[in-house]
Write a protein that binds this ligand. Structure first.
Ligand code: PMP
Length: 436
């Protein structure tokens, strides 16, 4: 019997000192209690009660090489023994920047920050400076970090054909965020070519950028409709608007060059984070020379005390090198195992007559309990039974499988065939309980 006594006691204690009890708001939603980690190795994580899990949460995405990867750890330790951060420049920044320009199709130059949120902030600033315009199109169901200028609520109402800007229906994502912070945001439904084209044609004179997740990983792992990103690319080019691909999830995950490589669409700017550092905080913006050169001489300010610190650059260099080994063999293996896992999950749902949809791209997928035959947009995504999924996540936790409470699964290069077999066996055991 799995028990969570230590985690429960820790969480109670944390509540006395740590605002919200957790360090990032989303983590508080974990059931039966936010878990406390003891250690991780490879595909496994151990909690403070001594329970071990096969980890598909992977720290919300960064751990693409798994926990405590030997080569990555050695690179980090080697860097740390020479200091952690210098404030002056070091060779590692150049090496990482060169590597990023090699692997990211749209990058002539890059700029380094600490988190995905910061990378998005910089990309928006660059787009506005480059175009001299201020509005930004973003899409329902996408997430681009928690900064005030882009963080909106995830409305669950019927959004088909719904477009809005500024005052009115672009709602702040949190208390404490002024409504005016979103006055430059135009919120559109994603995957709707007519709405995109008519909005861009009507309002291009005021639109600086379109920011999109290339695959809607944050809401259902929904693929772009055929031709949709191509249309976005050609319209933004024609109308003098910067296309930003937010690859904080897909970067280094769908391929070494991310979704832009995999889907063959080259944006003007890309944001990457998460998997880039393999679990160490780092992010980057990459883009065309004529946009990135605005940072030269501080025309566009880009700041950050710990930007490009030697530990994070060493981690990112080691992660990219590891993922590039043997012509990207890690991607082939992750994808093969993910295919096996998603096929197995679908078969088990059919066997136990649990209506569900599994959307996948490469080593990332989303499991949704729904009566819909498919989940292809934010509307159908919103029809999923999220309470049932939370129960499912809790049931498999007792069987030694750690999942994010919202349906998104990641695989790492450390996951093995036996992890997949063990996970499928666990799901087979819990599904009868899910129906009751
Ligand atoms: N963009 C996307 C697409 C993301 O998924 C996230 C984080 N989940 C962010 C930006 C923000 O990244 P961070 O949490 O590192 O600030």
């Amino acid at each position: 019997m799995t028990t969570f006594q230590v985690s429960t006691a820790n969480y109670a204690e944390a509540g006395s000192y740590l605002a919200g009890g957790v360090a990032s708001s989303l983590r508080a939603s974990m059931k039966p209690v936010p878990l406390y980690a003891e250690s991780g190795k490879g595909s496994r994580i151990k909690d403070a009660d001594g329970n071990e899990y096969i980890d598909y949460m992977l720290a919300y995405g960064p751990l693409i090489l798994g926990h405590a990867h030997e080569g990555l750890t050695a690179s980090i330790v080697e860097a740390m023994q020479k200091g952690y951060t210098y404030g002056i420049q070091h060779q590692g920044e150049i090496e990482l920047a060169r590597l990023l320009c090699e692997v990211l199709p749209c990058a002539d130059k890059v700029s380094l920050s600490g988190s995905g949120t910061e990378a998005v902030m910089l990309a928006l600033r660059l787009a506005r400076a480059y175009t001299g315009k201020s509005k930004v199109i973003r899409f329902h169901g996408h997430y681009h970090g928690w900064s005030d200028s882009i963080f909106t609520s995830f409305p669950s109402a019927d959004m088909k054909g719904h477009a809005s800007s500024g005052s009115g229906s672009v709602l702040p994502g949190t208390n404490g965020q002024s409504e005016s912070s979103l006055s430059d945001i135009i919120l559109l439904p994603w995957n709707d070519p007519e709405v995109l084209e008519s909005t861009l044609r009507e309002r291009h004179a005021e639109i600086a950028a379109v920011i999109t997740e290339p695959v809607m990983c944050n809401s259902g792992c929904i693929h772009p409709a055929p031709g949709y990103l191509e249309l976005m690319r050609s319209l933004t080019k024609e109308l003098g608007i910067v296309m930003i691909m937010d690859e904080v999830i897909t970067g280094f995950r769908l391929a070494i060059g991310g979704a832009q490589e995999r889907l063959g669409i080259t944006p003007d700017l890309v944001t990457v984070g998460k998997a880039l550092g393999g679990g160490i905080a780092i992010s980057a913006v990459g883009g065309q020379e004529d946009i990135m050169k605005l940072i030269d001489g501080g025309t566009v300010s880009h700041l950050g005390t710990l930007n490009g610190n030697s530990v994070s650059t060493a981690a990112a260099i080691a992660t990219i090198r590891e993922l590039s080994k043997d012509n990207g063999a890690a991607y082939v293996q992750m994808e093969r195992l993910t295919d096996k896992l998603t096929e197995g999950i679908r078969t088990l749902f059919a066997k136990h007559e649990v209506p569900a949809v599994v959307n996948q791209i490469g080593p990332v997928f989303n499991v949704m309990f729904t009566d819909e035959p498919e989940v292809i947009d934010f509307e159908t995504y919103n029809k999923r039974d999220s309470a049932k999924y939370a129960r499912f996540a809790e049931l498999v936790l007792h069987e030694g499988v750690l999942l994010r409470p919202n349906g998104l699964w990641y695989l790492s290069a450390a996951h093995s065939e036996s992890d997949i077999d063990g996970t499928l066996a666990a799901i087979d055991r819990v599904l009868p309980q899910l129906k009751s």
